[in-house]
Design a protein around this ligand. Structure first.
Ligand code: 8YV
Length: 321
């Protein structure tokens, strides 16, 4: 029996799916009958999945021959990396290749929510311009921007925002060496200082609810929130309450706690920019992510090593991507 098979878990980029089928004769788990894993689970050495789906402990238990999980996406909070480490299963992700697009989206969201471009677009389409001018918005250049999580993406956001003469401060688990931005001791202190707070941490247990009701209160009624990280990092009910109660000026959100479900209260709010998790969603970047996922799979199956392994899990570690 072939015990080196590749299992696809969750829908992937069509070109990646095609490559997996053509080069590895990969099998798609979705749509298989209930007994499929009982009959064939032991045959799979590799899983290729996406940051949106991942592999939990229960699925690993049904794949006793599994040696590698290749994750399409930089975030891997949907894969239980502790369970993988216990079983000696290697895990890879797709860092770096998406940094530009995610940082571009953060800056785009920031400008959109502060200058109210999406709201102004709706205003024009509704025909409201013929009845009077659009209300004034908030200036972006020169503002104080707090970045929560100064990993690759956080740094790329900061780098872009320097071009807007903004002041930048950040909070992460510990100060990052070699950067000149001021370090804030806590998310609350960062939010209290910031005109806008950009969330760029990784998801998972270590960052769950990091942007709490207290952090949103510190950001205040003139403050803006941008989230391109994970919905789990923000206390979403508290965010909705702050926005609907006028205790936060606005938010640009690419990620939500229960995607693709967006809190209904946000749908009618003109002060929020709502994006369907598209920060990395360009042809160029998604192809590069697919190529890197394939490279990880090939190297692992041929040479037993990954090109971009995820860091070893640290208990409750708060990481930045
Ligand atoms: C993608 C992401 O939405 O890389 C991540 O962590 O969230 C995004 O790039 C995801 O990987 C697509 O499935």
């Amino acid at each position: 029996m072939n015990s080196d098979r590749v299992l696809q878990v969750g829908p992937l980029l069509p070109s990646l799916e095609r490559n997996l089928r053509e080069r590895y004769d990969a099998v798609l788990l979705d749509g298989q009958d209930d007994g499929f894993l009982d009959r064939h689970g032991a045959e799979f050495a590799a899983v290729v999945t996406t940051a949106r789906v991942g592999v939990d402990r229960a699925l690993m238990d049904r794949l006793p021959g599994l040696r590698v999980i290749v994750n399409f996406g930089v975030g891997y909070d949907t894969t239980d990396v502790v369970a993988a480490a216990e079983r000696g299963i290697a895990v890879s992700n797709t860092p770096d290749v998406l940094t530009d697009c995610v940082a571009d989206t953060a800056v785009g969201g920031l400008i959109d929510v502060m200058r109210r471009f999406s709201a102004a677009d709706r205003f024009v389409r509704r025909g409201d311009w013929t009845r009077g001018p659009f209300p004034l918005a908030a200036k972006v250049s020169g503002k104080r921007i707090g970045i929560l999580g100064l990993g690759r993406i956080g740094r790329a956001i900061a780098h872009r925002l320097q071009g807007f003469d903004t002041e930048i401060s950040y909070h992460s688990r510990r100060p990052v060496e070699g950067v000149s931005y001021a370090y804030a001791e806590s998310p609350e202190k960062l939010a209290a200082w910031s005109d806008a707070l950009i969330v760029a941490t990784s998801g998972g247990a270590g960052t769950r609810g990091l942007v709490s009701a207290e952090v949103l209160e510190a950001l205040g009624p003139d403050g803006y929130l941008v989230n391109i990280a994970r919905g789990s990092v923000v206390d979403e009910p508290a965010l909705v309450a702050a926005l609907t109660g006028g205790r936060l000026a606005g938010a640009a959100l690419d990620v939500f706690a229960d995607e693709p479900n967006v809190p209904p209260a946000l749908l009618d709010l003109d002060s929020v920019v709502l994006l369907p998790h598209i920060a990395s969603a360009t042809h160029e970047t998604r192809e590069a992510m697919g190529d890197l996922a394939l490279l990880n799979l090939r190297r692992f199956l041929e040479e037993g090593r990954l090109v971009t392994p995820v860091p070893a899990p640290s208990p409750q570690g708060r990481r930045s991507s």
